[in-house]
Design a protein around this ligand. Structure first.
Ligand code: ACO
Length: 271
């Protein structure tokens, strides 16, 4: 991303409410955007500021971007929510679970919805999102990887949905893609035991599209980005729309949807 056309750098989540951006770095290079969780000394632990930063990136994503790569700096993709949320002091400027428990239900639910906005946009048909995952992807880290369309992982990856072990549920949009990727039984097994899923199993059960040596992760992601950019942009958007809608439609409805998309393509190409 040497020729980054746009660059935003957030401060550290410790900075407090005025400047907190959750330590998320955002770079755009033509049709490619990179989002980097940049708090390696804390294993890219996430806070509400992280999720606000992600949501803002989604809101202002330049139109030309076709591929978004989400990665984490340092040894781990992300160790999940900042554990200070479980303390009475909480995260400076962002509260704690104790303060949330004391607030109105509607207020906290609204805060969760705002946090989810940081994850939801990664599924837009206009982009393909790729999580490049090394080391630990725990809780919110696992869910961030699940929010992406594709996961390319290093051979040292360990996914863990730790929320139930801590008395919580996964609420950062991860439950639906997990069930869709691995099936209900395996999702129950993974979440309700909070066990670790390593690279081999991740590949076998469909959590990862590709496993590579840790040193090859960046290169593997670059190659996937190049391959994704090699197809026609409008056809890619229409095809992703079709694929995303397929599960909820009957075969007949899906066939009709294919016809509608194709008619639009043919008009655009030959009309
Ligand atoms: N929140 C805040 N700080 C964290 C977190 C976290 N989730 N994870 C790691 N850190 C900090 C550590 O406190 C430590 O800080 P320090 O150097 O100031 O002492 C630093 O990151 C490095 O952590 P280590 O444990 O030394 O790193 P290591 O690579 O050995 O282990 C691991 C990494 C396995 C991820 C471990 O840190 C860990 O278990 N973290 C907690 C994971 C967790 O329970 N997350 C919550 C999931 S639930 C959810 O996300 C909703």
């Amino acid at each position: 991303m040497a020729e980054a056309q746009a660059r935003q750098r957030g401060g550290n989540a410790d900075d407090g409410p005025a400047t907190a951006e959750g330590a998320v770095r955002f770079e755009v290079d033509g049709e490619i955007a990179a989002i980097t969780l940049a708090r390696p000394d804390k294993r890219n632990a996430q806070t509400f500021a992280t999720w606000s930063a992600l949501a803002r990136i989604g809101e202002s994503l330049p139109e030309q971007v076709r591929v978004v790569v989400v990665k984490g700096e340092g040894p781990s993709f992300s160790a999940g929510i900042d554990l200070r949320m479980f303390t009475s002091e909480g995260v400076p400027g962002q509260g704690s679970f104790s303060s949330a428990a004391a607030s109105e239900d509607a207020g906290f639910e609204q805060r969760i919805r705002q946090a989810q906005a940081g994850f939801l946009w990664l599924r837009r048909p206009e982009i393909v999102s790729i999580a490049a995952v090394q080391g630990h992807a725990i809780g919110a880290g696992f869910q961030l990887a699940l929010a992406c369309d594709l996961r390319i992982v290093a051979d040292d990856v360990s996914f863990c949905m730790k929320e139930p072990a801590l008395g919580l549920v996964p609420d950062l949009t991860g439950t639906k893609p997990l069930v869709e990727l691995v099936g209900l039984a395996k999702a129950i097994d993974i979440c309700l035991t909070a066990r670790t899923v390593h690279a081999d199993e991740a590949m076998r059960i469909g959590l990862a599209e590709q496993v590579v040596a840790r040193s090859d992760l960046d290169q593997a992601v670059r190659e996937k980005v190049t391959a994704l950019l090699s197809t026609n942009r409008d056809a890619a958007v229409a095809t992703k729309r079709l694929l995303q809608g397929a599960r909820a439609r009957s075969l007949e409805e899906q066939s009709r949807a294919e016809g509608i998309e194709q008619a639009a393509r043919i008009k655009a190409l030959f009309g």
